[in-house]
Design a protein around this ligand. Structure first.
Ligand SMILES: Nc1ncnc2c1ncn2[C@@H]1O[C@H](COP(=O)(O)OP(=O)(O)OP(=O)(O)O)[C@@H](O)[C@H]1O
Ligand SMILES: [Mg+2]
Length: 498
């Protein structure tokens, strides 16, 4: 279906792809793996007409082609669902699903009844419940991603490219997407799948190509190739124990939350406390209220109730006041995380420090440059230079900057929502190490995550949300994933554990 030969792509200061060959066959799910910044998205963008290669040959069905624009890719049946959302926020769900191919009446106006009916049919088939007349900007990140998927599968595609399409989806939605992928594959569609989640790749793909620093290092069969081998190919070394469990000795209470509830009704009055040195995991399905707990603590959504850090009341009415009160919050959505998109990596780091580095209104630029260099090193940010624009970084590397900014402040409480989304296996263990270090220095950490293995590995205690409230609390030693999942799905504990 698609053959790429000798593809080269250079950006200022980096060779993103160096003579890469890739052959994607009809009826096959082909995984593309590699660390953050290894060139996966760049290759996907070249195949989908969003970027032109500096050298190399592209063949579709054995015929050499120049795929100069996304429109040309679409005409060839190449459809992409990408890491960054591309919906038009002010348009409705239905308009987004059929963007560029809206059904028309004989008067050339939009045929709304048909548009709504067609959209409803597609959404139903994907198990997505949302009013097709709602503007997309009102929807959660997860729903927006599902709308992107609906748009992709409803356009008749021959090659479907999924660039971390599942990274903002819950387990149930991921499962549905993988079923759709399997149906498409069975119809003869070729699928190129990029994901940092190993279980998905092993479930869906039959071959994996591995990129390292822009080079294709191997094509291996799945599921026959063991995960340790695949990871070794990606990172070029053995990865040690993922979660280094540590003995904790929790100190005084650092965060005390009383009857915190979001005004949208998603989070019902919830109380919890976190002690110094503790990492508290928060589990639950999408819509369980776990995301709203983070947003409320970060001052990002209106809430009632109280939060105290070391006995002092924190004003949760705005992100700025929550931060001033000692709560650092990293939301699950990079756009909301207030990265400054037009600014450099250095500027994005240093906005977090200007208060500390300013004496009488003058910024100490030498110290600042030094600290930015250290941060880039410490958080393993792959970038051509400190002055590169943040948006030129790969998705995972942008995430490392978001986390690094918060880690770099001396805060008593960190609330992290899906912190390792889009982060490669090597960098993940690095982030877990940083979290543990931070806790060991006396901070209290709340980590909200959809990935149970991650919570079981890193948290000392797990709170499970169901319909807006905490319905289960576990300590993690010897805890089984099943016990947590049962509460998340039903709101009650497993019989045997009760
Ligand atoms: N527009 C751009 N300008 C400059 N450099 C870029 C640009 N796009 C990508 N790069 C660089 O090319 C390299 C490959 O990036 P790419 O986005 O393809 O990585 P990736 O494998 O998709 O990583 P991730 O897993 O983090 O999404 C990185 O070093 C990145 O900084
Ligand atoms: Mg990418």
């Amino acid at each position: 279906m698609l053959r790429l030969t000798g593809i080269v792509k250079r950006f200022p200061g980096v060779v993103a792809l160096d003579r890469v060959d890739l052959e994607i066959r009809a009826g096959v799910v082909h995984a593309l793996t590699g660390e953050n910044g290894s060139g996966k998205s760049t290759l996907a963008r070249i195949a989908s007409g969003a970027l032109g290669p500096d050298a190399g040959r592209i063949e579709v069905d054995g015929v050499e082609r120049r795929i100069a624009t996304p429109k040309e890719a679409l005409d060839l049946g190449i459809v992409t669902i990408s890491q960054e959302l591309t919906l038009a926020p002010t348009l409705t769900v239905a308009e987004n699903v059929f963007l560029g191919r809206l059904p028309r009446t004989r008067f050339r106006t939009v045929d709304w009844p048909r548009l709504l009916a067609d959209t409803t049919e597609i959404l139903d088939s994907l198990g997505v419940r949302v009013d097709p007349r709602r503007p997309v900007s009102e929807l959660s990140v997860e729903l927006q991603q599902e709308i992107e998927i609906a748009r992709a599968v409803s356009s008749r595609s021959r090659l479907l490219i999924l660039d971390e399409a599942t990274s903002s989806l819950s387990e149930a939605a991921t499962s549905r997407l993988l079923e759709v992928v399997e149906q498409e594959r069975a119809k003869g569609v070729a699928v190129l799948m990029i994901s940092h989640r190993m279980p998905e790749l092993y479930r869906a793909a039959s071959i994996a190509s591995v990129l390292r620093d822009g080079h294709l290092v191997a094509d291996v069969p799945l599921p026959q190739t063991p995960e340790t081998e695949l990871v070794r190919l990606m990172v070029g070394r053995e990865l040690g124990d993922y979660y280094r469990k540590r003995a904790i000795d929790p100190g005084e209470t650092v965060l005390e939350v009383r009857d915190l509830a979001s005004l949208d009704g998603q989070l019902l009055p919830t109380s919890l406390s976190v002690r110094r040195g503790e990492i508290v995991g928060v589990a639950g399905l999408v819509g369980s209220g776990k995301a709203e707990l983070g947003l409320a603590l970060g001052g990002a959504i209106p809430s009632v109730g109280t939060a105290q850090v070391l006995g002092r009341d924190v004003d949760l009415s705005q992100p700025r006041t929550a931060l001033a009160g000692g709560i650092g919050f990293v939301p699950d959505d990079r756009k909301r995380a207030a990265l400054l998109p037009t600014r450099s990596v250095a500027e994005n780091f240093s906005v977090a420090w200007t208060n500390q580095l300013t004496r009488a209104g003058i910024v100490d630029t030498r110290t600042e440059r030094q600290r930015v260099r250290e941060a880039i090193e410490r958080y393993g940010v792959v970038t051509a230079s400190a002055s590169s624009r943040i948006t030129t970084l790969s998705g995972g590397n942008q995430q490392k900057v978001v986390l690094g900014r918060v880690f770099a402040r001396d805060l008593d409480v960190l609330v992290l929502s899906e912190p390792t989304r889009g982060i490669d296996v090597g960098a993940k263990s690095e982030i877990y190490r940083l979290m543990q270090e931070f806790a060991a220095q006396g901070a209290g950490i709340v980590i909200i995550s959809s990935e149970l293995p991650e919570l079981l590995g890193i948290a000392d205690r797990i709170l499970v949300f169901f319909r807006g409230q905490v319905r289960g609390e576990f300590t993690t030693g010897g805890l089984e994933e099943e016990e947590v999942a049962h509460v998340a799905v039903s709101g009650t504990r497993l019989e045997s554990a009760a």
